[in-house]
Design a protein around this ligand. Sequence first.
Ligand code: 5CU
Length: 381
Amino acid sequence: MAQQQQETPTKAKVVDIHTHMYPPDYVKILESRDTIPLVRSFPGAPDPRLILLAAEVPSLDEAAKEGAPVPGRPLTKHYSSLDQKIHFMDTHGIDISVVSLANPWLDFLSPQEAGPLAESISEGFAQMCAQHPGRLFFFAALPLTAPLDTILASVAHVSRLKHCRGIILGTSGLGKGLDDPALLPIFSAVAAANLTVFLHPHYGLPNDVWGPRASAEYGHVLPLALGFPMETTIAVARMYLAGVFDRVRDLRMLLAHSGGTLPFLAGRIESCIMHDGQLVREGRAGPERRTIWDVLKEQIYLDAVVYSDLGVKAAIDASGADRLMFGTDHPFFPPLTSDEQGEWESVTLNAAAVSKAIGEGTAENEAIMGGNAVRVLRLYE
Ligand code: 5CU
C-alpha cells in the first residue's frame, strides 16, 4: 500500500494591512519645513518630534522654551527603518504587511515636486518589498497636486510594480474632496489596474469644534479619536451622494478605522436620503437606487483598527466578516510606559477585539486576521 503522505496543516496567515512608514527621503522633506507637516527638535525631547495635526500648531512656539511640554509624537526609527518594521512584525506574529506612506502623503508638495517624489517613493517601497519576498506588499501614494496626466502616469507606474496592491488616499483628493468629478478618471484608472484604494484620514474636523480648552488640556485625543473617523465618514458619504460608486462600479475601497462611523450611521444616512425633499424630487432617493448598505457590502472593505469588539461587530454587520481586515496602525500608538521593542498593547487590543467579537480559532477570525487580505489583495509572490 502506498504510504500516505502526511499533510501538515498550513497555519493561517496573519496580515497587517494598516501599517505605515516615512522613508528617510520623506523625513528629510519634513525636516526642512516650517509649516505642518514638519519634523522639529525641542530642548526637552530626546527624539525629533513629528508634528502632523493642525491641533498641534498652537503649542509649537511655547514648546521651544526650556522645560515646556513637547508637542507631536517622537520620530523614532519605527517610522523609517525596514529592519524595525520586520522586527515589529516578528514580535506580533504578523506574516505579511501591506505597508503605506503615512499621512499626509504627498498632499502638501508643489505640482513640480510631487510626480518625481511619488515615483521615487514607490520605487523605494518596491525595493523594500523585494528584500523580504512574500512578507511585504505596499499601497502607493499618488502625486495628487500634479497635473492629471502625471497622476495617471503614476497609476500606470505603480500598477507595473510587482508588490503594489493599491493606492493610499487622503480625503482631500485633488483639493476639493472625493466627490470631485475631476477624480473620476483617476478612480477609473485605479480600478482598471485592479488596485484597491486605501482611504485614510488626516485632516480631521476644523480645529474650533474641539473648543478653547482642547489644545492645552486634551492632548491629541479629540482630533484622533473623533476627527479622523468623522473625516472618513463624511468623505465616503459625499462619494456615495455624488454617485461615485455607481459611476466606477469596479472601484474597491478599504476604509481605515473600520469606516469611521459609517457602520453606525449608515441607517441614518439612508433615512435622511429617503426623507430629503430635493433628492426625492430629483428621483435620487427611490427603491431602484443602490443603498449605502449595498455599497458597504459590494465595493467597500473595512480594516479592524477599532479597538473594541463592539466596533468589530458593527463592521461585520455592515460589510460582512469576509470584508474586514486586521491592521495595527504601526508606528503610531506605541507603548509609552514599556519597551517599544516588545509587544504593543494597541496591537494586542485590536487582535483581542476580533477574538471577543467572533471567537478565537474560528474560520471568521482567521479570515479577518489575514485570509481576507490574502484573497482580496492577492498577497502571494
Ligand atoms: O497619531 C497620529 O497622529 C496618527 C496619524 O497621524 N496617522 C495615523 O495613521 N495614526 C495616528
